[in-house]
Every structure is written in structure tokens, then in C-alpha cells.
Design a protein around this ligand. Structure first.
Ligand code: ADP
Length: 259
């Protein structure tokens, strides 16, 4: 018994304090992966040691977003060693493991086990691990939340009513899993004119903020629909790494998540 206890203490001592933060959305295409990548970069700029797990098995986009396409993780002591992105964020994605363009019909348990290896990887001294969840509220998400009990969750939504209804479902999933909701981000909020930068609101304004508040959660901020964000993201240059209003929008969200 004594030996076991010593082993357990040693094990605990070796485990660094690490906050796992999930980024979720009620449906796909709302910018969850874009926010995850930029939040990671913004946290790194705040001096946090941060890693990113791309758990979006249906459309892993972090290799592209963080410019690590074609890289393969190595292994050490039976654990995966994350790929280093040029933006100071180590990252692991199914996209690093499967061939580009390869479609995988993951069944629940298989997906859960594959994703667990990404989370249980050798994250070194990372203080924060962001978990870019698959969109929606299915089995895989539930398994991940139950297995890893994130310290908090950020929910991304667009301003449209339908997306908000989906976002509400995502919030309920976190609440049921007893994962504290850090707050909600409204993405593609207003359209930034590529010529003058003026922001107009084709879908109205304030929907996500009102939805967050009505559920008793914080509103972390809005990111406009901006052609520059799409172009930079596709080029593997996260806007959060640059200067200007987009970078500041992500930095402001990161400051609230970091505390
Ligand atoms: P999700 O992870 O929710 O499926 P993505 O992050 O992949 O969504 O974003 C979907 C598409 O929208 C991508 O092409 C991305 O570049 C683009 N996008 C995301 N957020 C913005 C934004 N604020 N402005 C412009 N384009 C955006």
C-alpha cells in the first residue's frame, strides 16, 4: 500500500496544473475553429503557455489555421508530442494524423479514443489547453466533456436566430456536464466594409449578448465578419498575431478567458 501511495504522489507531483478550456458551438461554420486558433495565439501573446487540441474530427482545420499542414506529431513515452506552430502554440489535430482529404467515418467510441490521445499528449509546460470541439451536441462532445471535465467553456455563435437557438443547446450540454460556461462570443457580428472599415449589421445586433445574459452567462465580445479575417485564416496567419482592431477583438476575449 505504501509503495502505491508513493507512486500516486509522485504521479500527481509530475502533473502540471493545466486548465482545459473547451470551445464549442451549436452548429458548424460559425467560426469556432477560427476563434480557437486566434484565442490560442492571443493567450500566447498575453504570456500564457497555451496548447491547442483540434477535436473537430469532421473538419479538422487547425493545421491550416496555424500553418502546420503536412507536419506529423512524434511520440515520446507512448504519448504524442504536439506539432509546433510558428505562432508559439503547440497543436495536435486529427488533420496531422490522417492524410489530407481523407474522410473518416468515426464511430463514437473510436472517435473518443482517438481524441483522448490528443488531449493526453505530452503538452509539456502548457498552462492552458484549448479544446476545439466538433460542432453540435452529439455523442463525441458529451464523451469528451465527461472524460476530461474542462475547467470552462466558451461558446461561439453567429447573430442569426437559428444559430442562437443552436448555441443555446450547446450551452445546455455544458451545463448538464457541469462544465462552467465562461461566456459567449458573437462571431461574424456585423460586416466590416473592406473599403472604409465601417461595420454594418445585416443580421441585426446584440442577439448573442441578449441570449447569453438571459441564460445568466457572460458575453465575451464580438468579432465582425471581415474579409481580412477569412483571407488571413486561409493563409495560416491568425489575425490575432497581427495588429489592429481584429487582433484587439481576440485579445479582449483572451483577457477574459485567461482570468
Ligand atoms: P467552424 O469551426 O465553426 O466550422 P470556421 O472557423 O471553420 O467555422 O469558419 C468557417 C469559415 O468562415 C472559414 O472560411 C473562416 O475563415 C470564415 N470565418 C470565420 N470567422 C470569420 C470572420 N469573423 N470573418 C470572416 N470570415 C470568417
Amino acid at each position: 500500500v505504501g509503495e502505491v501511495r508513493v507512486a500516486m504522489t509522485a504521479d500527481r507531483a509530475e502533473k502540471p496544473q493545466r486548465r482545459l478550456i473547451a470551445v464549442g458551438s451549436g452548429k458548424g461554420g460559425v467560426g469556432k475553429s477560427t476563434l480557437s486558433a486566434n484565442l490560442a495565439v492571443a493567450l500566447a501573446r498575453l504570456g500564457k503557455k497555451v496548447g491547442l487540441v483540434d477535436a473537430d474530427i469532421y473538419g479538422p482545420s487547425q493545421p491550416r489555421l496555424l500553418a502546420t499542414e503536412g507536419q506529423k506529431p512524434t511520440a515520446r513515452d507512448k504519448k504524442l508530442v504536439p506539432v509546433q506552430s510558428p505562432w508559439g502554440v503547440p497543436v495536435l489535430s486529427m488533420g496531422h494524423i490522417i492524410e489530407p482529404g481523407q474522410a473518416i467515418a468515426w464511430r463514437g467510441p473510436m472517435a473518443g479514443n482517438a481524441l483522448s490521445q490528443l488531449v493526453d499528449a505530452d503538452w509539456g509546460d502548457a498552462e492552458v489547453l484549448l479544446l476545439d470541439l466538433p460542432p453540435g451536441t452529439g455523442d463525441v462532445q458529451l464523451t469528451m466533456l465527461q472524460r476530461f471535465k474542462p475547467a470552462g467553456a466558451v461558446i461561439v455563435s453567429t447573430p442569426q436566430d437559428l444559430a442562437l437557438m443552436d448555441a443555446t443547446r450547446a450551452i445546455q450540454l455544458f451545463e448538464q456536464s457541469e462544465v462552467p460556461v465562461i461566456g459567449m462570443v458573437e462571431n461574424m457580428a456585423g460586416y466590416a466594409c473592406p473599403h472604409c472599415g465601417e461595420i454594418s449589421d445585416p443580421f441585426g445586433q446584440g442577439g448573442a449578448e441578449a441570449a447569453a445574459r438571459s441564460m445568466g452567462h457572460a458575453f465575451l465580445g464580438r468579432v465582425p465578419l471581415d474579409l481580412e479575417i477569412r483571407k488571413a485564416s486561409d493563409a495560416g496567419e491568425p489575425p490575432a498575431a497581427g495588429e489592429g482592431p481584429q487582433a484587439e477583438a481576440f485579445a479582449s476575449i483572451a483577457r477574459q478567458v485567461a482570468t
